[in-house]
Each structure stands twice: as structure tokens, then as C-alpha cells.
Design a protein around this ligand. Structure first.
Ligand code: BGC
Length: 846
């Protein structure tokens, strides 16, 4: 089939159809000619083969046409790489943290860093950023999204993607679209009205297509829109008509992993690439569908052209990769950028003058909290990376406060499950250090035997197809008097014997669903308590099924955990009080943990896990000079927030965690973060408390009122509003002028004058919001229209110019199916947050 032939793919109810016509730039370029030649040379089978991954992370190569494999891998806080032993990756703070900088230039620097990291790990396309919105604070991947606001999300993501791609590494922006929570994530249907979809949830994707993104990932969920209900991987109106037609997207639409459910509807619905592979619903079934005439070959050609174009862009097809610097993740240049970004992301939620700490004046410091002992540096799920190191708060504070005596106290555990079993405690039946692992066939014959010296989180890929079960045998040494608890967490069908007695059996076999719902990363455990006097042993024999997880491969998965006898939570709370009472200052680090924030599940509660609220109150009572640091990616309720003299939000802070925290505490770097979401005072106030599906549907009933707009509509008062962050300087907003601009894309320019009235140099995030008259009842009460980060020296003034883009004034008309610019008077508000807007001006759209 000739490549240039204009073939109508399908008539959709709205708008444009997709054709296999090359883009204008391509027809004149050598790449376009090469793509056309390749299409002429490839057989139908070869073309279709290119449309499904060759493996979990790579696409097929065809040497005959000069096509090298294109490798993809998860981001965006680092680059996961294509195998779990691929070495460490840089680990940035979680996206909600970097978003708190509101700094597009910083996001660009991080985009360049991640490009280098991708190249270093042999990755061509990074599966990031996530531009779904933080519609509900309970959403499991909240930490992985940037913000609750579409405009803030769009600006930050576009800057990151532009820098990444300028280095020749592709971005695959995800998850298109309506994927705002995790429960039933592979099956629910998001019901979003067209105006809301356009103005809110599609807005970041549209901005990224404008910025030239090379790939878009279609989500697991379905979308119900204007009478068309279809999975996101087969949604013709969204993929063909809107994304590729109206927006002119010329890149690759890739499925989320294992999201494609059907052959013909996804092929004609606009999906280009099924991942992972091999296998899945395309391959031979798609060849047959083309031969039957159910899928035109021109549709296949269009997909192949898109994949070849992507390969060309990343240097895998008729082009060379762009040269980029590839420093190791523990290189000084990398560390200082990550440290700067992390320190600047920190939000000052309260400060009565206790911060910044004066290093010379502190002799004794109490550092308290389970998250102070072990900070929670990244959320769970596909974005997880192995960092080269994690700087703990203790290390960071020791460097920043060299003269101080720092006491570290846990103050009670916060996780339900015991810690992973340490290697020092396990012996095989023959007395060697480790666990005996036997790979069994269907007749329970041992096909292979190994000794594993690293127990804890066990994960083995199984290459031998005859192996169907794996048996783990070990004796666990239980040292120390008191109650030990051993926890065994098998994934899937299993048989567990402890000291020769069967304690658990399950015939419930599992497959790829345990990857998709992330339950394999936090398996439920079977607990055995043992009372020990002197030294005891527990003999464990566990047989588990091999999980056949489709293109994720065959593997077994088990967690072994152990809790040694020790102080009770009550005793640890008392120790924390004592340490605080004896110190010049107490720093309490509270937060979430790997059981709380992860892909795969939503949060049932916004409370801090364990007895951390009590810990804060008791430490505060023991020492009024208490600083609380919140180590979480998504909102948690802080009932004591206004009782504590100083509170910092530290996010999920990544590899340089402790140094960045210390920089913020002593003011070596100003913690100039501003909340990219709303912090509720109470769970009952949250406008969209969970977003859980009802009968398989998630209704976006609040329409345009996402995040802070919902709080404004309902007139509720949060603990801290969207955009809030004190920093260490003080500000006076002096004047706001708005002038009409001749720039078609930005009809108004806001000019804000402000003064840093403090004695410290400071960094401010100037925010502009708009409101219109109430003639359009659906329009938000107020919406973010622009922002800028500005550094102002102590006691001086600055003027900031912020262009207000046309799209910020426009609304989507469902009657005309187009954007309209409603005429009339708009109020322009300038200030420090969505609720602290001291200056107003008017602007008339004629
Ligand atoms: C996630 C994606 C991710 C993919 C590959 C999916 O389960 O939803 O965000 O890119 O896995 O790891």
C-alpha cells in the first residue's frame, strides 16, 4: 500500500479523520524519504511486528532497514532502566515536590539531567511525566503527579519535556486521560463532560503536544465522552480525532503496560504501539484483521511511520543520538543540582521565628521520628528507582551543625509490617549462610538449586519453562529474649510450614494482575510470633507458585520479615519526650511510608500512620522549640499544625534528602516551595474525598472545580491553601498593572511590583489568578492564570512581568465545538497564594 495514499481511517462523530499522510516537515526531510522507503520494503507481517514490543522495555529492530531497537523505561524521578540489576539511578524528589518549586527553569535543568541519565542507562524514551491531576488527595499516584492545577501542571511538564527532548531523549507523557486514581484502575470508566475534559484534564496533554512531545501513553481506564464509551487505548474520538487530528500529534501513542484489550478497536481507534511484548492482542491477530479488511493497511502504515519517526528522533533510525553528558548519579554536579532542587521544593507551612536555625547556638538537638531514622524518599510502583545513596537527616544535620550533639530517637514504629529479614539471621538446612531455593517441576522434582544470601524481598525471574513452583527453606535465628515475630508474604498459591507444621495453604493462583495492582510489591503476610529465651530458631519451608505475568515474564515473589523484641511504642514515645526535653531544639520528622503512598492502591485515610500525631504533641509539650518536618508526597492531616512553632513540608525527597533538609533548616538554601495542591484541615472538608468508582464509573461531577477551585466554590477553609509557602523573607505587594498586549497568544500582560521587606535575600513565587463575572455559572470562582519565580535581595523591590495566555481566558463551547474568548471584564488578582491576593486590577476582553 502506498504510504502517501490518503485513506480515511474511520468517521467519528466529532471532527477530523486520520490519514497516513506524512507531515509537511517530513515530506521534505531525508527522514521522511527513509520512512517511505522502509514502508515499501517491509512486508505486512514485519510492519505489524513493529507495533508490539519485543520485550518488556524494547521495541523490535530490523537491521535490513537500518532500524535499531528503541528502549523505553520509567521515569520521572530517575531512570529505572531495563533490568533490576542495571545499577543505581539518580533519584529526584517525587514530582509533587519538584512541582512545589513552581520553577520552569529548574524543571528544564532536571529534564536535561534525566536525559543524561537515560542515555547512561541505554534508554531512548522516558515514560514520563505524569500529567494526570491530583483530583483527590486519596489518589495512590498523587505523589507522582505534579499538581492539582491544570495550568501549573502544563507549564512545568512542558519545560521538563522540552529539555529532555532537546537532548534527543523522548518523553512519553501519561496517562491519557482521566486516570486520576488507582482503585479498579484497569477497568473503571471515567465520565467527564466535554468542557471539563477540554479545560481541565486534556489541558496539560494539549500543552505538551504543542511543546512537541514524541509519545503519549494511553491509560488503563475507559473514558465516557459524549456518548462514546471506550477504553483509552481504543478511543477513536480522543486518539484519532482530537490528539492526532485536531492537535496534529505526530508521535507514537503507546498503551499503558498490558492495557490493550482488543485487536481491531484499538488498531482503528488510534493506538500505535502495544506494550509490553512479545505477545498481546495484535501480532498475528492484527495481520489477520488487515487481511480480512477489518483494519486498512494504511492504518498500519501510519503507525509504522510514527514508530520510525520516533526511532529517527532518538537516533535509532537513520540518525545519530544527540551527544549529552552522562554523569554518574553520585557525581558532584548531579548531587548539587538534586540537592538544590530538593531544598528549594521544601515548603514552610508555619514559622514563628524559630527557623532558620542558627547553627552556632545549638549544642543539643533531638532528632525524632520513624521517618527521621528511615526517610521515605520515593513512592511505590513503576517510578521506583534504586538510588546510589540516600543522605539521612542525621548525616545532613551533622554536616550542617558540626558543633551540636544530635540524638536520634524513633518515637514508635509507623508501619504495620515488620522490617525485611536481615541476611545475618538465615541459614540453609546444611548450615550455610542464606536460604536454600529449589526450583521444582510439576512432579516436584528439583530442577535447580541455589543459595540466596539476601533474604527480605525475594524476586526471581524463572527462565526454565518446566519450573512451576519454587521452595524456600531456611532456619531463622531468633536472638534476644522476648517476643519475635516472623512474617512470610508469599504472592499467589503457596504452602507454608513453620517448624514442620503447615500454617497456611492457598490454591489461589495469580497472574499479571498482581503487577498491575502493585500487590506484589507489598504482599500480605502470615505472622508467626515466637517467645524466645536465649536463642531460638524458626524453620520455615515455603513453596510458592511461579507467576506467569504475560509480558512481564515468569517470576516468584516472597517477602520475609522479622521484628525483634524491643521497646514498645509507649516506651519509644517516652524516650522521644526525654530526648526533646534535654535538647535546645527538637526536630520531629513525621510522614507516610511505603505502605501508604504507591501506585496500585488509593489511600483509605489521610491521617498520618501510627501514633505520629501523639508523638508531635508529646515532643512539643516536652520542648516548645520544636520543628516538625512532614515527609509525604500527598496531603496528610496535621491536627497540630498551628500549635507547633515551625513546620516544613519535605516531600518524598530522593537521594539528597538529608542535606537538602539541613540546608532548609539552617537557611543555607531558602525553602521557597509553594504547595502545588491544597492541604485540608480535616478529611471531611475535602471536595473530592476519594474518587472511587461506583458500579465501574468515576464521575467527575465537580466539573471544572478541580483542587483549589473546588475549595473556593464550596467556601471551605483548608489548613493551607494552594500556592501557600512562607519562605524566610517577608513580602509587600506594591502594585499591579495589566495591559492589553498585541500578542495573539497572550492578550494581556500583568506587571507586579513587590518588595522584599526582610533583612534576607528571598525568592518569591508571584501568582496571578483570574475571575470573571458570574454569567457563566460553570466557570470557577477564580483560576490560576500565570506565575513567576523571582529572586529579590533584602530590602529591595522588583517588577515581574507575567504574560496571561489567551487559553487562560478562553472557555470550550460544546455548542460550536470550539474555544471561545468570552468578552467582558475580568478581575486580575496578584499575590502569594490562591487565598492571599492583595492586589487586583481589571482587564477587559473586547
Ligand atoms: C504504569 C505506567 C508505567 C508502566 C510501565 C504501568 O503499570 O501505569 O505508568 O509506565 O506500568 O512500568
Amino acid at each position: 500500500m502506498a504510504w502517501h495514499l490518503e485513506v480515511e481511517v474511520r468517521e467519528w462523530s466529532i471532527g477530523v479523520t486520520t490519514t497516513a499522510t506524512p507531515t509537511a516537515s517530513e515530506t521534505t526531510s531525508a527522514a521522511a524519504a527513509q520512512i517511505r522507503t522502509a514502508l515499501d520494503e517491509l512486508s505486512l507481517e514485519e510492519k505489524v511486528r513493529l507495533l508490539t514490543g519485543a520485550s518488556t522495555w524494547s521495541l523490535h529492530a530490523i537491521q535490513r532497514i537500518g532500524l535499531d531497537p528503541v528502549t523505553v523505561s520509567d521515569g520521572p524521578i530517575g531512570v529505572r532502566g531495563t533490568s533490576d540489576d542495571g545499577g543505581p539511578s539518580v533519584q529526584l524528589p517525587a514530582p509533587s515536590g519538584t512541582a512545589a518549586t513552581w520553577d520552569v527553569d529548574l524543571l528544564a535543568r532536571l529534564g536535561t539531567l534525566i536525559a543524561g541519565e537515560a542515555r547512561r542507562k541505554g534508554v531512548d524514551v522516558v515514560l514520563a511525566p505524569v500529567v494526570n491531576l491530583q483530583r483527590t488527595p486519596a489518589g495512590g499516584r498523587h505523589f507522582e503527579c505534579l499538581a492539582e492545577d491544570p495550568h501549573l501542571t502544563a507549564e512545568l511538564a512542558a519545560s521538563f519535556v522540552s529539555a529532555l527532548q532537546a537532548s534527543g531523549v523522548g518523553a512519553s507523557v501519561k496517562h491519557f486521560v482521566g486516570n486520576e486514581q488507582e482503585t479498579e484502575r484497569t477497568s473503571y470508566v471515567s465520565r467527564i463532560d466535554e468542557r471539563t475534559l477540554r479545560e481541565v484534564y486534556l489541558a496539560p496533554f494539549e500543552a505538551l503536544v504543542e511543546a512537541g512531545v514524541w509519545s503519549v501513553m494511553a491509560a488503563y481506564n475507559g473514558v465516557s465522552l459524549g456518548g462514546v464509551e471506550q477504553t483509552a487505548t481504543a478511543h477513536g474520538p480522543l486518539l484519532n480525532d482530537l490528539l492526532k487530528g485536531e492537535w496534529g500529534f505526530d508521535g507514537v501513542v503507546v498503551s499503558d503496560w498490558l492495557a490493550t484489550k482488543d485487536t481491531v478497536s484499538s488498531a482503528t481507534g488510534g493506538l500505535d504501539l502495544v506494550m509490553p511484548g512479545p505477545g498481546g492482542p495484535w501480532d498475528d491477530a492484527l495481520v489477520a484483521a488487515v487481511e480480512r479488511g477489518d483494519v486498512p493497511e494504511a492504518v498500519i502504515d501510519d503507525k509504522v511511520a510514527r514508530i520510525l519517526r520516533l526511532a529517527h528522533r532518538v537516533g535509532a533510525f537513520g540518525s545519530d543520538p544527540v551527544e549529552v553528558a552522562t554523569p554518574e548519579p553520585d557525581d558532584e554536579t548531579v548531587r548539587s543540582l538534586v540537592r538544590e532542587a530538593t531544598a528549594r521544593s521544601i515548603v514552610v507551612l508555619g514559622n514563628d521565628g524559630l527557623l532558620p536555625l542558627a547553627p552556632g547556638s545549638l549544642r543539643k538537638v533531638a532528632l525524632v521520628g520513624a521517618n527521621a531514622v528511615e526517610p521515605f524518599v520515593q513512592g511505590g510502583g513503576s517510578a521506583f528507582v534504586q538510588p546510589p545513596h540516600v543522605v539521612s537527616p542525621l548525616e545532613g544535620l551533622r554536616r550542617a551543625l558540626p558543633g551540636a550533639d544530635i540524638t536520634l530517637v524513633r518515637g514508635g514504629i509507623t508501619e504495620r509490617r515488620a522490617p525485611l529479614l536481615p541476611a545475618s539471621l538465615v541459614r540453609t538446612p546444611r548450615g550455610a549462610a542464606g536460604i536454600l531455593v529449589e526450583f521444582l517441576d510439576s512432579a516436584d522434582r528439583v530442577r535447580e538449586e541455589r543459595v540466596m544470601t539476601d533474604p527480605g524481598a525475594l524476586w526471581f525471574p524463572i527462565d526454565d519453562p518446566a519450573v512451576v513452583r519454587v521452595r524456600f527453606t531456611t532456619a531463622i535465628a531468633l536472638r534476644g529474649d522476648g517476643r519475635h515475630v516472623v512474617e512470610v508474604g508469599p504472592v499467589g498459591a503457596h504452602e507454608l510450614a513453620v517448624d514442620g507444621a503447615t500454617v497456611s495453604t492457598s490454591e489461589h493462583r495469580v497472574g499479571s494482575e498482581v503487577v498491575l495492582d502493585s500487590s506484589y510489591s507489598d504482599p500480605a503476610t502470615i505472622e508467626t510470633p515466637v517467645d524466645v529465651h536465649g536463642e531460638g530458631h524458626l524453620h520455615v519451608s515455603l513453596t510458592v507458585q511461579v507467576i506467569d505475568a504475560d509480558a512481564y515474564g515468569r517470576f516468584v515473589r516472597v517477602h520475609l520479615r522479622h521484628r525483634a523484641p524491643g521497646a514498645s511504642i509507649d516506651e519509644e514515645l517516652a524516650q522521644a519526650e526525654d530526648a526533646a526535653a534535654a535538647a535546645d531544639v527538637a526536630i520531629v520528622v513525621v510522614g507516610t511510608n511505603p505502605e501508604t503512598e504507591s501506585e496500585g492502591w488509593d489511600r483509605p485515610s489521610l491521617a498520618l500512620p501510627g501514633r505520629q500525631d501523639e508523638l508531635v504533641r508529646r515532643v512539643l509539650a516536652a520542648n516548645p522549640r520544636t520543628v516538625v518536618v512532614v515527609n509525604a508526597g500527598a496531603p496528610v492531616i496535621l491536627p497540630w499544625l498551628d500549635e507547633v512553632p515551625a513546620v516544613l513540608w519535605w516531600w518524598l525527597p530522593g537521594q539528597e534528602a538529608g542535606d537538602a533538609l539541613a540546608d532548609a533548616l539552617v537557611g543555607a538554601t531558602e525553602p521557597s516551595g509553594r504547595l502545588p495542591w491544597t492541604l485540608p484541615a480535616a478529611e471531611a472538608d475535602v471536595p473530592v474525598p476519594d474518587g472511587l468508582p461506583t458500579d465501574g464509573y468515576v464521575d467527575y461531577a465537580e466539573r471544572l472545580d478541580v483542587g483549589h477551585r473546588g475549595w473556593d466554590r464550596l467556601g471551605r477553609t483548608p489548613a493551607r491553601e494552594f500556592g501557600f509557602g512562607l519562605g524566610y523573607a517577608q513580602w509587600r505587594y506594591d502594585a499591579l498593572e495589566v495591559e492589553a498586549s498585541v500578542d495573539e497568544s497572550a492578550p494581556a500582560l500583568a506587571r507586579v511590583e513587590l518588595t522584599n521587606t526582610s533583612g534576607r535575600d528571598g525568592r518569591e513565587v508571584v501568582q496571578i489568578y483570574l475571575s470573571a463575572d458570574a454569567s457563566d455559572p460553570v466557570r470557577p470562582v477564580r483560576w490560576l492564570a500565570g506565575f513567576a519565580v523571582v529572586d529579590v535581595a533584602a530590602g529591595t523591590s522588583a517588577t515581574v512581568e507575567i504574560p496571561l495566555r489567551r487559553r487562560r481566558f478562553e472557555t470550550w463551547s460544546t455548542e460550536t465545538g470550539s474555544w471561545t474568548l468570552p468578552a467582558g471584564e475580568y478581575t486580575v488578582h496578584a499575590g502569594r497564594s490562591s487565598r492571599d491576593l492583595p492586589l487586583t486590577a481589571t482587564h477587559v476582553i473586547p
